[in-house]
Design a protein around this ligand. Structure first.
Ligand code: HXC
Length: 285
């Protein structure tokens, strides 16, 4: 789908690039020639991911521990990337935090923790890279948001608020920074299995029901998301700006009034509809 060396001119900073979807995207970018800066809170995991990606692709990876909630730490990583590679041309705001909870039980700190990682963290990385990209006159920023950024969702209020903010930041800066040659886009994934997300968001026994909600009847594959991210980070998407691309097998559209009937067997659907039709049929004259 992509030609070799598509990202050879790119240096891409991926927050949370040592695990989960961040690692899958990083690997794909490196396969296509990008040099990488990856950060995360767990140094060991980060270093082994960097080594794995370098060995698999031959691309250089700079891995540095960093908590995106701290602007100083993010700025230090961005500066280290620039010192090592000469510039940073792309940023993927991927680092996230989330958990399921009944909102009335949350502490202020619980809300703040998720918002700080997701929204403030994305702002920090965008700010630190953006200042450098403005100087260079080019840059691409991709943020991983979610479909409930616009629908909202029960039991993940801090994450929904934060992801909605990331989407608003994306669209605002897509206009404000276009004049500096910087594009900002977002991806809204549905469920893609990762240890980080599924251990917090997929209660045991719920997987089958979760799959039934998805019109395509399966979870996403990492490669599918990584390819979409590659397109949006590459010069091939040069005219796409301020967009959010959903990749969820149709899941979010399936929340409508009658869509849940699709999880019933065909005969049952036919039977239900026929019953209603019979009950409302006009009497023949
Ligand atoms: C209620 C909770 C909680 C829970 C933590 N807290 N977990 N409250 N229910 N399950 C509260 C704590 O009690 C504390 O408040 C505050 O949150 C901070 O918790 P810490 O554990 O001290 O924070 P920290 O160690 O920084 O961990 C951050 C985290 C954690 C977000 C809580 O889950 C994490 O590190 N996550 C990173 C990876 C991750 O979540 N990945 C999934 C992203 S998936 P008090 O008041 O007690 O101090 C995603 C995709 C969504 O976003 C789309 C799906 C379709």
């Amino acid at each position: 789908m992509f030609k070799d060396g598509l990202l050879a001119d790119e240096v891409i900073f991926v927050t949370g690039g040592g695990s989960g979807l961040g690692k899958s995207m990083s690997l794909r970018f490196a396969e296509l020639g990008a040099r990488l800066v990856i950060c995360g809170r767990r140094e060991g995991i980060l270093e082994s991911a960097a080594q794995e990606i370098e060995e698999a692709t031959g691309s250089e990876v700079l891995a540095l521990p960093c908590d995106v909630r701290d602007l100083g730490q993010v700025e230090a990583v961005v500066q280290a990337g620039i010192d090592r590679f000469g510039h940073i041309s792309g940023l993927v705001n991927n680092a996230a935090g989330n958990f399921l909870a009944q909102t009335e039980t949350l502490s202020s700190n619980a809300f703040r923790t998720v918002v700080d990682i997701v929204l403030t963290g994305s702002f920090h990385a965008t700010l630190a890279c953006g200042r450098h990209m403005i100087e260079k006159g080019r840059g691409t920023v991709l943020s991983i948001t979610t479909t409930y950024a616009w629908t909202g969702s029960a039991f993940v209020v801090p994450s929904a608020c934060a992801k909605a903010g990331v989407l608003a930041m994306t669209r605002s800066l897509a206009v404000e920074w276009a004049r500096y040659g910087i594009r900002l886009n977002a991806i809204a994934p549905g469920p893609f299995p990762t240890e980080g997300a599924f251990s917090r968001l997929m209660p045991p026994g719920i997987e089958e029901a979760a799959i039934r909600k998805i019109p395509l009847r399966r979870f996403g594959e990492h490669q599918e998301l990584a390819n979409l991210a590659t397109y949006l980070m590459s010069p091939q998407s040069a005219y796409v700006n301020g967009e959010v691309v959903t990749i969820d097998g149709g899941e979010w559209l399936n929340g409508g009034e009658f869509n849940h009937f699709t999880s019933l067997p065909d005969e049952q659907i036919d039977g239900m509809f026929e019953q209603l039709r019979a009950a409302t049929r006009k009497p023949s004259k």
